[in-house]
Design a protein around this ligand. Structure first.
Ligand SMILES: [Zn+2]
Length: 266
């Protein structure tokens, strides 16, 4: 049984990681962990997440009442957003909210990450929708996020940043890293007018693989693409430039990498 102090240290280490990674500036971002059915550890407001110490971390209940905390530290103003996710998904143990530059740019542009451009994002991440803008600290953001919590692993917060949730803190963080990486690659490919999607057939194979691997997050990328919703974005189709054999080799190679990454997580 992991002790609370270990969880607090994990949060501090993760704060350092998101700060050094450039996912947050100044005092931005917040992190939380569920420690029991109705107790949560959460980062304080007004503090750089890169320089936190365990005594700064606050314990709250599901209603947001402070159970333990040393003044002057108070819970993040985005606490309601974290608590809503825990309330809706009992299986979720950690939530990460940051402002990574590429993902935040997509959030500002209102563009979801829903193109099947890389096997990793189809298998591991799934679609990342945009949750409608809400005023920070009100119930508007939790309400906007709630509709996506069951079927997705994260969202872009319109004109704001990104949010992921996972079975533990490491998982929630890797989803965020993957989300930002997907946004970055997507943006670079767009500059080359080359954001071609995988064909319906290959997306379908990846979705089947995902099911076999027991990843139960929804992958609307596959479902939508299989129905042809994104078909108009495939210009030119991947098959025109690569042979069937080449594609199979690429899918096989990337699948192997994804499986190796997944082993680290589960
Ligand atoms: Zn924020």
């Amino acid at each position: 049984m992991i002790t609370e102090i270990k969880y607090k240290k994990q949060i501090c280490d993760m704060g350092k990681r998101i700060y050094e990674k450039g996912f947050v500036a100044a005092n931005d971002g917040n992190i939380s962990i569920r420690v029991s059915d109705n107790e949560f550890l959460i980062t304080p407001t007004g503090v750089s997440k890169g320089f936190m110490t365990p005594e700064m971390i606050i314990k709250v209940d599901g209603q947001g009442n402070v159970l333990e905390g040393i003044p002057p530290f108070r819970p993040t103003s985005e606490m309601k957003m974290h608590l809503r996710i825990y309330q809706v998904r009992q299986d979720i143990q950690a939530v990460v909210h940051v402002h990574p530059p590429y993902a935040t740019a997509f959030a500002i542009a209102g563009i979801p990450l829903d193109q099947a451009i890389m096997p990793e994002s189809v298998v591991y991440l799934g679609t990342i929708p945009v949750a409608e803008y809400g005023t920070p600290s009100t119930n508007e953001i939790p309400d906007a996020v709630q509709k996506f919590v069951h079927h997705h692993q994260g969202v872009l917060l319109e004109n704001h940043g990104a949010l992921t949730w996972g079975k533990d803190l490491e998982h929630a963080y890797y989803l965020m890293e993957s989300l930002e990486f997907t946004a970055k690659i997507n943006w670079i490919a767009k500059q080359m007018n080359g954001d071609r999607e995988l064909s319906k057939k290959h997306v379908q194979s990846l979705v089947e693989l995902k099911t076999k691997m027991g990843i139960n997050s929804k992958s609307p990328i596959g479902a939508e693409t299989a129905e042809g919703i994104h078909a108009q974005k495939i210009t030119p189709p991947l098959e025109q430039s690569l042979s069937e054999h080449d594609i199979n080799l690429i899918v096989e190679k990337v699948t192997k990498n994804v499986l190796e990454e997944m082993k680290k997580l589960f």
